[in-house]
Write a protein that binds this ligand. Structure first.
Ligand code: SF4
Length: 151
């Protein structure tokens, strides 16, 4: 679900999220792109596959599906800001083309001290400098270390 759907769902509004499945007349397509490599965070108990996720043909394969309009792209499996190849992916013209026909990007991120503010700023500045990315919704799941937050 994109951000507006969540808001409507929580307010028991009229979005498709609140309509019985048997009454749906269309489907939303969400594409999960597990192409992020590496993670600079060190969350205890992490079981996410961090290596050998990216393949150069992955974005070509999605584009070749020729799906008119997708709801969201889910970008993972590692952390959006902690991944080693996040800028390479965002700058890839194929990713930009893909993002022209989606509503938004969903991704996870953790709040930790291992990624410098400068790197996070570089990623955000790049997103903000690109017309395609500025038009997207961002549905972000943020993992917070409760122990660190409360102490
Ligand atoms: S941010 Fe995600 S991928 Fe990275 S260490 Fe934490 S749980 Fe693992």
């Amino acid at each position: 679900m994109i951000t507006s759907d969540w808001s409507d769902y929580l307010n028991i509004g009229t979005s498709s999220a609140n309509i019985d499945i048997s009454k749906h007349r269309s489907f939303k397509i969400q594409c999960i792109l597990d192409i992020l490599e590496g993670c600079k965070y060190h969350c205890p108990g992490c079981f996410v596959k961090k290596k050998h996720n990216y393949h150069d043909s992955a974005l070509d394969n999605v584009l070749s599906l020729n799906i008119d309009h997708m709801d969201d792209l889910v970008l993972g499996p590692t952390d959006f800001f902690g991944a080693d190849n996040i800028l390479q992916i965002l700058e890839d013209p194929r990713m930009i083309e893909l993002c022209r026909s989606v509503e938004g990007i969903q991704h996870n991120t953790s709040i930790d001290g291992d990624v410098t503010d400068d790197f996070v700023k570089d990623v955000i500045s790049y997103l903000e400098s690109n017309e395609v990315y500025t038009n997207l919704n961002y549905d972000v799941q943020i993992a917070v270390d409760v122990y660190k937050t409360l102490t």
